[in-house]
Each structure stands twice: as structure tokens, then as C-alpha cells.
Design a protein around this ligand. Structure first.
Ligand SMILES: [Zn+2]
Ligand SMILES: [Zn+2]
Ligand SMILES: [Zn+2]
Length: 311
């Protein structure tokens, strides 16, 4: 897939600003609340029990990825099933695959990061097993050799100051230490530097994706107009009864960020999968409707009779 090489993010285009203002005016607070939207965090959270935005969790025992597919396998597990049993699509074969397929070690998607278990400590836990940040883990298990519950009850166990937020534009995770990145992005940057010693770090920070978390999509690092376009497009397709799943939206956002595009319409469709292309085009259809109405000076539609139903 190729992108225009011009960095349109800094164009300061008046028409773009105007369109962003119009779209923000049409995005309803109750829809933003449904997505747990915080303008300071800029992460969309898909509500799991919503008819259009909800999802099931993949049936493979160790997999936690969302799916809306009939077989309740996530797309990656479905592909693995079909590749491993190309001639057998039977229910029995599917059931056997669900319980017997071995874990794919390279799969980090869905990794959940929580704050350290010490009350008020903003640093990220090192793992879900220890539930402590690196410094508290060292205190607890290396210095004091205490079980976690006893460590947490000590009056001397106090929160530590944050190292700040990861410098990757798309990421909202805590930095791991005095370095610029969270643990996952530090590892990604080290890998990239290993294979491409001349890689442009500033460009990488602006364009690399957030660490994927099930049910969540980062709109961080996208232009104000693209954020408005995505939220408005998602609102209108949801209102129209069209389902959306997190990985489709995540891919659209990642491609826009990677191309440093300031317009969703600038996202090329060549090489794009069918469902992601459908999402892009569908959101653009609603956005273009608004643009047409605005240029004709017609009043915007607000259909109060079409609520965002919860199951
Ligand atoms: Zn799966
Ligand atoms: Zn801590
Ligand atoms: Zn990060």
C-alpha cells in the first residue's frame, strides 16, 4: 500500500478545521459515553454487550480476541483452523481444534497492562502474575521476600512517581523507566534499530501503532479531523445498525497514522481487506453526506428516535 509523501498534518487547512468543527458538533455525548471516550486519552472502548459494537471472545481456550463471526473464532484462529484442516469444515473438527490447538507464542495482541497493585502507584505492572511494577517487584520479592498481600499491607509500601507516558504518539502506556518508551515499544524500537540502523526515530514515534488491546482502539496520534471523522462515522453506522469490530477500526486508524494522513478519504484502498475497505467507505459515506448538507446550508439531521440501544 502506498501513501502520499506530503505531510498534510501541518497544512492548517481551513476547510479541514471547519469540517472537524461540524462533525464534532454532530457527535452525541451519549455516543461518546458509550465508547467510554475521554478526550484526554483518545481511546475507543467497544462495549462488549452492545448489539452493533459488542463482541464474543474467541472460543480457542487460550485466545482472548474479540469476534463477531458465526463460528466464534477470531479471524486469526479461524485462518489457523482452515490451514490446519483444509479438507474438513465439520463441527466436530472445529470443536477438536478449539480445545487442542497450541498457543502461538508470538501473539502479543490483547496483552492487558494494568497499573501496579500498590495503591496509587501509576507505573505499569511487569506481568499479570506479579501485578507489581519493576521497582515494587524488586522490593517485594528480592529485598523483603514477602508474599504480595503482606507487601501491600506494609505502611512503608508507598506509590512511586510516574516516569511519564510513552513517547509513541499512539500509546498511552506508562514508560518503563527513564527511557522514552513503555516496555512494549522499547522492545519494538530495539528490534527495528537492529534490522534498520538508520531508522528515523521521530518518524517511527509518530507513525507506529499502539499496542493492540482487545476491545480498545487508540485514536491518539491522529489529526483532530480524522478523530472527528472516525467517531462520527462510527456513530452513524452504529445508528444505521451496522456492526463494527475493534480490529477493523484499529487497522483503519493504524493505516491513517502510518501514512500521516489528515483525511480519512486520503487512505488508499489498494491492498486493503474487504471488511476494512467496507468500513472506510461506509464511514466516508456518512461524512460526505454531512459535507453536502453543510455546503447546501441545510439543517443537520438529529434523529432522536434512533438511540444507541444496549442489549
Ligand atoms: Zn482466537
Ligand atoms: Zn509500583
Ligand atoms: Zn508505548
Amino acid at each position: 500500500m502506498t501513501f502520499a509523501t506530503v505531510d498534510t498534518r501541518t497544512s492548517g487547512d481551513h476547510a479541514d478545521d471547519e469540517q472537524a468543527r461540524t462533525l464534532w458538533g454532530l457527535i452525541e455525548p451519549r455516543f461518546l459515553a458509550l465508547l467510554s471516550w475521554d478526550p484526554n486519552i483518545k481511546i475507543v472502548t467497544f462495549p462488549a454487550d452492545h448489539p452493533e459494537l459488542g463482541y464474543d471472545i474467541c472460543r480457542v481456550t487460550w485466545c482472548e480476541r474479540p469476534t463477531r463471526l458465526w463460528h466464534r473464532l477470531c479471524p486469526a484462529c479461524y485462518q489457523r483452523w482452515r490451514r490446519s484442516h483444509p479438507l474438513d469444515e465439520s463441527k466436530d473438527c472445529l470443536e477438536a481444534f478449539v480445545v487442542s490447538t497450541s498457543r502461538t507464542p508470538a501473539r502479543a495482541t490483547g496483552t492487558r497492562i494494568e497499573p501496579c497493585a500498590v495503591l496509587g502507584c501509576p507505573r505499569a505492572w511487569k506481568s499479570s502474575t506479579t501485578r507489581l511494577c519493576t521497582a515494587h517487584e524488586y522490593q517485594c520479592y528480592q529485598m523483603l521476600r514477602l508474599p504480595l498481600d503482606q507487601f501491600l499491607l506494609r505502611p512503608e509500601t508507598v506509590p512511586l512517581p510516574s516516569f511519564g507516558i510513552c513517547q509513541v504518539a499512539a500509546c498511552e502506556r506508562q514508560r518503563e523507566g527513564w527511557g522514552p518508551y513503555c516496555r512494549a515499544h522499547a522492545a519494538k524500537w530495539a528490534r527495528l534499530r537492529g534490522s534498520e540502523p538508520d531508522a528515523d526515530e521521530d518518524h517511527w514515534r509518530r507513525t507506529t501503532s499502539a499496542i493492540a488491546v482487545n476491545g480498545k482502539v487508540s485514536l491518539r496520534g491522529l489529526s483532530n479531523l480524522v478523530v472527528a471523522q472516525i467517531l462520527y462515522g462510527l456513530q452513524e453506522r452504529t445508528r444505521a445498525g451496522t456492526a463494527t469490530i475493534d480490529h477493523q477500526l484499529r487497522l483503519v486508524c493504524n493505516l491513517v497514522r502510518e501514512g500521516e494522513l489528515t483525511q480519512l478519504s486520503a487512505l488508499p484502498t489498494d491492498g486493503m481487506g474487504r471488511s476494512v475497505r467496507g468500513l472506510r467507505n461506509n464511514m466516508l459515506k456518512f461524512i460526505e453526506c454531512v459535507c453536502r448538507r453543510t455546503s447546501e446550508r441545510a439543517p443537520a439531521r438529529t434523529d432522536e428516535n434512533a438511540p444507541f440501544l444496549m442489549r
